[in-house]
Design a protein around this ligand. Structure first.
Ligand SMILES: C[S@@+](CC[C@H](N)C(=O)[O-])C[C@H]1O[C@@H](n2cnc3c(N)ncnc32)[C@H](O)[C@@H]1O
Length: 178
């Protein structure tokens, strides 16, 4: 989900997984389909919105979405999680990432917050785009129908070490157990 150019979709297809990819960007989906064709990999990819996933109920064993679901506000993220629950089979696995509330973009004084978790990005290339930030309590609340098996909290360091910017993400593994 949120496959963009398709690096994860191609990686899983190369390993022999049956892969379906969705992204709101037609450019990303075209790129992924061309890449899959060039490698003769049977990837299915469609343009679609994660708030209304273009799939039937109970059809996936696993959903992988790193750096994707945070592109929304609190209400949107709740809708996305309910869509994931709809299309995932019971005992299915999710691999999600969340922007961390310990990041400068969330903490800085001038941040334009549209709800308690959501900041409107001021920097290009995502100026004007809402980003949802979480802490572990938020993640546990959002994933209350899942058994969380692992949470990693990772800090990214800009290569320009002069930049005083903290960028952190949570990476979450969980099993659907309603
Ligand atoms: C930061 S990129 C991450 C791409 C990919 N997961 C990766 O790690 O390489 C975020 C992706 O989410 C997609 N996206 C944003 N909003 C979306 C939505 N409402 N529905 C589906 N995809 C969306 C964007 O088009 C973009 O491809």
């Amino acid at each position: 989900m949120g496959s963009w150019l398709g690096r994860h979709a191609i990686c899983f297809a190369r390993k022999g997984f049956e892969v379906s990819a969705v992204d709101i960007s037609g450019y990303g989906i075209s790129h992924l389909l061309s890449w899959a064709e060039a490698e003769n990999l049977p990837v299915k990819a469609v343009t679609g919105d994660m708030l209304h996933l273009p799939y039937p109920d109970n059809c996936f064993d696993c959903i992988f979405a790193y750096h994707v679901i945070s592109h929304s506000d609190t209400q949107g993220v709740e809708t996305i999680i309910s869509e994931i629950e709809r299309v995932l089979k019971r005992d299915g696995e999710i691999f999600l990432s969340f922007c961390s509330k310990e990041s400068t973009d969330y903490l800085e004084k001038g941040a334009e917050k549209i709800d308690g978790n959501t900041v409107v990005c001021r920097k290009e290339p995502e100026a004007g785009v809402a980003h949802f930030y979480a802490d572990t309590a938020d993640i546990i609340r959002l994933l209350h129908n899942f058994t969380i098996t692992k949470i990693r909290h990772t800090e990214y360091f800009p290569l320009d070490l002069q930049t005083k910017q903290t960028i952190k993400y949570y990476y979450v593994n969980a099993v659907f157990s309603p």
